[in-house]
Design a binder for this molecule. Sequence first.
Ligand code: KG4
Length: 338
Amino acid sequence: MSVTILGIESSCDDTSAAVVRDGILLSNVIASQAVHEEYGGVVPELASRAHQQNIVPVVDAALRRAGVDKKELSAIAFTRGPGLIGSLLVGASFAKGMSLGLRVPIIDVNHLHGHVLAQFVRENEAERVPDFPYLCLLVSGGNSQIILVRSYNDMEILGRTIDDAAGEAFDKCAKVMGLPYPGGPHIDRLAAEGDPKAFRFARPHIPGFDYSFSGLKTSFLYTLRDGIKTDPDFVEHHKADLAASLQATIIDILIDKLAKAIDATGVSTVAIGGGVSANSGVRQAVADLCARRNIEAFIPARKFTTDNAAMVAVAAYFKYLDGIFCPYDAVPYARVEI
Ligand code: KG4
């Protein structure tokens, strides 16, 4: 009998629903919330309200596009955390109500677990997936981690950020340059026209596989402050070079620890996930590193790097196969590791 999962993602500012049947993606609908743009960041209260507005039409569209009747569903999956509590509550409550109505189980998914398993979102049987064990560089707005993935439901964090995440470094530096939120994609675009060696920013000296990005952020701010003293339009005159140098430094920091983790674990496959894995420089640098080490690189399609319910439905599919379900009194969590 086939297994059909409806996945719901509502951890931040995207309301998304997806249908996966026997591990193959049938639909993935995302409603992004434009309401936050004028505030320069996500406003939690507005995000919760927008999820409330979007959830019914988004789930409906996902089922319709998949050509699946709700009575065919085997389980309903939802992102339980980490994320904004008010936003998570919308998805969790909706999933519980729908599962009670249909008399099918619910499956809770850790958002980070979903980003890692985004590698397994397949639109057809022919698409290749990584062999276990492999290393995943998970770089999102709130996390920078190196994870040893032993199987679908067995992962170990080898390194994590001790302060800011790579995405925060992109977004905060972009903000002081006057770029819109989220700044990562704008830095990516500007970096293509700049000189990555034009500016030198601080690099961390942290033992092991852990990351740190707050020193880089401070040194970026000092560079801007000193530049503006002599040229009030410093940022405008140097924006491509600033973006290129910032991006190159973030990539060097990420790749340095990833290379050390590859050598220490001896894995033959590396994957990347999370919003920052949409960055052209990060994608190229990981591909180059794997080519140098003669190991395989899995770089996800850009549409599966940022928040989406496809990864939630796929992660839940593997939990379903292992018989891992969730009780009805499960509450969302704001912070948690894998
Ligand atoms: O994974 P994600 O959607 O959110 C979390 O779950 O945290 O990641 C969002 C992050 C933001 O920091 C955004 O600036 C960054 O991903 N991002 C990028 C790019 N696209 C998204 N950073 C650099 N280059 C990009 N092209």
